[in-house]
Design a protein around this ligand. Sequence first.
Ligand code: 5GP
Ligand code: MG
Ligand code: MG
Length: 175
Amino acid sequence: MLKVKDKEFELYLSERQLRERIQVLGGKLSEDYKSKDPVVLGVLNGAFMFLSDLMKEIDAPLQMAFIKIASYEATRSTGQVKEVIGLSMGIGDRHVIIVEDIVDTGRSMDYLIKKLKEHSPSSISVVSLLLKPEALESDVVVDYVGFEIPNKFVVGYGLDYDGYGRNLKEIYQLK
Ligand code: 5GP
Ligand code: MG
Ligand code: MG
């Protein structure tokens, strides 16, 4: 049991489970992108820890940039997606890999993909550490999924509860 701010959470994915799965994802991406010179777009804030560990497992030349979108308040989605911030690198005719922490309703990812398509990339693929299939409300395709999880709020390993818990090494689920 772990308390984050005013709520109780329990361990859901250990450091080891995360590490082992990320090695597998990194291996697949290395294989799929070895001669594609991709641009990896890490979605801040939530993906920072996953992104950092995943990048170390990719053995292929790539460039990286960080972008930011926001649609979430505390433990429920507001459905209000804001702007994409920080897309300074040209992605026209490039293979883009979006790295997210979690796809919940899929609205943020839907919006992001639409925005990125305006820049005419050669391809876009989505990597998400977590996916909540039961919560999905859009037809967004997540090409590389770390873990499919139940429709319960999670925190840790970059994911926050009201700003807290991002520094946790493991992922915890709301009790
Ligand atoms: P979506 O637009 O797919 O509903 O939600 C996207 C964003 O909401 C995610 O990138 C993440 O920041 C936040 N989010 C969705 N589910 C969770 C969750 O279980 N825990 C945390 N901490 N954030 C979540
Ligand atoms: Mg996110
Ligand atoms: Mg958040």
